[in-house]
Design a protein around this ligand. Structure first.
Ligand SMILES: [Zn+2]
Length: 450
């Protein structure tokens, strides 16, 4: 799951925000230090007691470091613990396996598995909840057998870290106003696209939360239900019991919905039902897997959806990514790149789009920053993340291209020219210009395909 920047969280949650709890003394120092301390008790305390302490310690550190995932891996004679922080994996602990601390067994038991992994492979998924620093932290556990031993991945779901207000996603005022208007349409379908971990689920939740009132019936279909939202009817897809996306959608439509959120559209059947119900008085939000907003139309064509159905039901689409924000403690001012560097960078782009990018990067008045590294950011130079967005709106010109079955390039160009669509890269450059992130980070993130 996605964690937005901590500072954003604290400043914008207003009255609801809980002050961060004072950390107990053992938080000082790294997980490695804490482990060494614990290890001294080996032989004097039973292994299982140490495992309980160690698993608690790992989770406490994970929450403190804002980790979204914890990887516990058997690697030859070592057990390695890594945290994913701001989208990047970091080594936290390398412990000799002969330490006799049954860490993986402890986590397996917490997750509701048998203490030992099954002899033959079986998909194991579980979850548990833990109170850390007075907050209920939900942990989803997945086990995977590697040739070196078991690998456990713990997804850490910390509600307080999840910026679930529309205002916290990182949209500028203009995009925010447009989005609020769009999601108040009485009917139509709105798509969000982005790679795994791009924050699209968070955006969907933020949109639902923004329009949720007791006067409308909001129903979601999700796989899995990541967060429980108050006042919203959430349902979990289950292939095992036959509650598929398509079946779920058909059932939902008999539940008198106003707004429907479909976690993902990936086949003709669910796409067709969704688009048709958008035409008959329902507002739908969904995600679809493509590299940018205009490609959504191509993807729907590929699924076999007729152009007229897309043109008449689609309200628009957002593509998004998360960029790391530069650490405010140590970021340094940077000069704009030279014209030669920018020309090289844009040389393979569509000429018109390239010209826009060049102008945007070189326009005077930018306050570019470059990352450095300090203790506040664990020497990475970055702290927290924020979203960048590409918002494509349906206007007459784009609709005409859809009806003409035009290729993605043409739809994209039309959207840029007629509705001033800002691409992911353009929106990222704007964030770099104001010193929120760096140009290098924007290029790294937008160069990544699905
Ligand atoms: Zn720093």
């Amino acid at each position: 799951m996605v964690f937005w920047g901590k500072q954003e969280q604290e400043s914008s949650q207003g009255g609801q925000a809980q002050a961060p709890q004072a950390l107990p003394p053992h938080y000082i120092g790294t997980l490695e230090d804490a482990y060494q301390e614990l290890f001294k008790a080996k032989g004097r305390a039973p292994g299982i007691d140490l495992a309980i302490k160690l698993s608690d310690m790992i989770l406490e550190h994970a929450v403190k470091e804002r980790a979204s995932d914890v990887h516990i891996e058997s690697q030859g004679s070592n057990v390695r613990v890594r945290f994913r922080v701001d989208g990047i994996l970091q080594d936290m602990l390398n412990s000799p396996k002969n330490a006799d601390i049954p860490l993986t067994q402890r986590i397996r038991v917490l997750a509701g598995f048998d203490p030992e992994p099954p002899a033959s492979f079986r998909n194991e998924e579980g979850r548990f909840q833990k109170i850390i620093a007075n907050r209920a932290i939900q942990v989803r556990v997945s086990s995977f057998p590697t040739v070196n031993g078991e690998k456990l991945v713990l997804r850490v779901l910390d509600r307080q870290q999840l910026g679930i207000d529309l205002e916290q996603l990182g949209m500028d005022q203009e995009a925010l106003t447009t989005t609020k208007k769009l999601i108040r349409n009485p009917y139509g379908i709105f798509f969000i696209t982005g790679s795994t971990g791009s924050g699209k689920t968070t955006s969907l939740y933020a949109m639902l939360k923004n329009i949720s009132t007791p006067m409308i019936n909001i129903i979601t279909l999700e796989d899995p239900v990541e967060y429980r939202l108050e006042g919203i009817n959430q349902a979990q897809i289950s292939a095992k019991t036959g509650f598929t996306w398509a079946e779920g959608l058909r059932t939902i439509l008999r539940q008198d919905p106003d707004v429907i959120m479909v976690g993902e559209i990936r086949d003709y059947e669910s796409a067709e039902i969704s688009l048709r119900s958008a035409l008959t008085g329902h507002l739908l939000f969904t995600t679809i897997h493509t590299i940018n907003a205009p490609s959504i139309i191509e993807r729907l064509f590929e699924m076999g959806i007729p152009p007229f159905l897309i043109a008449s039901s689609m309200l628009g689409a957002i593509s998004q990514r998360l960029v790391r924000k530069v650490c405010p403690q140590c970021a340094q001012k940077a000069a704009a790149p030279s014209e030669a560097v920018v020309s090289e960078f844009i040389k393979n782009m569509d000429p018109q789009e390239g010209a826009l990018i060049k102008e945007l990067i070189l326009k005077p008045g930018a306050e570019y920053k470059v990352e450095k590294g300090c203790s506040a950011c664990r020497n990475t130079g970055y702290l927290g993340r924020t979203g960048i967005f590409e918002m494509m709106l349906m206007n007459e010109e784009v609709r005409k291209q859809v009806l003409d079955h035009s290729p993605t390039d043409l739809i994209r160009r039309t959207a840029i020219q007629t509705s001033k669509m800002r691409t992911l890269l353009m929106d990222g450059i704007l964030k770099a210009r104001t010193g929120v992130t760096t140009l290098a980070e924007v290029i790294r993130v937008t160069a990544t395909m699905v």
